[in-house]
Write a protein that binds this ligand. Structure first.
Ligand code: A2P
Length: 331
């Protein structure tokens, strides 16, 4: 059966990837419609060598019938338009943070909790990019050893802030005087420990997403997460340094074995040969890479590791397309 798919935010960094990945993963698309704001309505984009005209997003077009609507146009757009589309009977896969913590809205990493989608229609939320790659690597370890506490620091690429941020870094690398429009500081030759807005408890919203989304996906509110999220001058691919404490004592060998069998995970861990994942090598791939797996020096139930994935792909567009695959039983 051919699927009727709409992409909202089709001209953005994630929206473009969604089109690319629908094509690449050979999703049987019958009709594809692309929506954006008045800024780019009327522009032509390519999908499977065919020119598609970008349409203006309106309430009326969201009331039409689609098999799937993929949203990546920011929280405000999702807040307004996703419920209209869902009300009309459509399945919405939303990449914004707008509906992630709403009760009854499934928050999905297909490798981990696609089972909750059975028979579901309505809004489905894609987790935050940093949460997705962390969960892909952690869920199999949580199942085996029970996770108690995670301390994570992120090294996040500018593409996570959208197309404007990619241009800002490009310009600042070419011309050091380009103004800081997306970020509070110059991002070229810098790192900025500030992603999304600050909460009164001192954490940023991005950091709190990693806490509460992890608990929701793993269905365990007792897991303690302490996150520090940092923007760095890399274009594509987020990296994460993870320290995890478990109920049971893990071993490096068994962790490697579990992770090498886990769906969507590739272990790249041979320090003596300088083998470990980096964002440049993860770029344009769909897997989550894990390396630097090592026991803590002091706590026998704790382990550290390094996790890397392409944030626009597994952290956003691929995850959304995998939700379609899971619902259609395609994979
Ligand atoms: P547009 O090209 O018309 O600005 P990014 O995350 O790379 O900044 O992309 C954001 C995406 O969301 C773009 O496709 C952008 O379209 C779209 N978008 C932003 N605001 C709106 C809006 N109010 N209505 C529809 N699409 C929007």
């Amino acid at each position: 059966m051919k699927l009727n798919i709409g992409v909202v935010g089709a001209t953005g960094a994630v929206g473009r990837k969604m089109l690319e990945i629908l094509e690449e993963r050979q999703i049987p698309v019958g009709k594809l419609r692309a929506f954006a704001s008045a800024r780019s309505a009327g522009e032509k984009i390519l999908f499977k060598d065919q020119e598609i005209t970008v349409e203006l997003l309106t309430e009326e077009v969201m009331k039409e019938s689609y098999d799937y609507l993929l949203f990546s146009a920011g929280g405000d757009v999702s807040e307004k338009f996703a419920p209209i589309a869902a009300e009309a009977g459509n399945v919405v896969i939303d990449n914004s943070s707008q509906w992630r913590m709403t009760k009854g809205v499934p928050l999905i990493v297909p490798e981990v909790n696609a089972h909750v989608l059975k028979g579901y229609r309505g809004i489905i939320a894609n987790p935050n990019c940093s949460t997705i790659q962390m969960i892909v690597a952690l869920a199999p370890l949580h199942r085996r050893y029970r996770m108690k506490r995670i301390v994570v620091s992120t090294y996040q690429a500018v593409s996570g802030s959208g197309q404007k941020a990619i241009e800002e870094l490009t310009q600042q690398m070419a011309d050091g005087n380009h103004p800081n429009e997306v970020y509070t500081r110059k991002i070229a030759r810098n790192c900025i420990p500030h992603i999304d807005v600050f909460n009164e408890n001192g954490f940023t919203k991005e950091e709190l997403k990693m806490v509460y989304e992890t608990q929701k996906i793993l269905e365990d509110k007792t897991i303690e997460v302490n996150a520090t999220t940092v923007r760095i001058p890399v274009f594509y691919g987020h990296s994460e340094s993870l320290y995890m404490e478990f109920d049971e004592t893990p071993s490096v060998e068994e962790v490697k074995e579990i992770l090498s069998k886990a769906p969507g995970v590739v272990v790249v861990d041979n320090p003596s040969e300088n083998q470990y994942p980096t964002p440049l090598e993860a770029e344009n791939t769909d897997d989550t890479y894990v390396g630097r797996i090592r026991m803590d020096l002091f706590n026998p139930k704790a382990l550290s590791m390094w996790v890397v994935a392409d944030n626009l792909r597994k952290g956003a567009a691929t995850n959304a397309v995998q939700v379609i695959e899971a619902m259609e039983g395609l994979k």
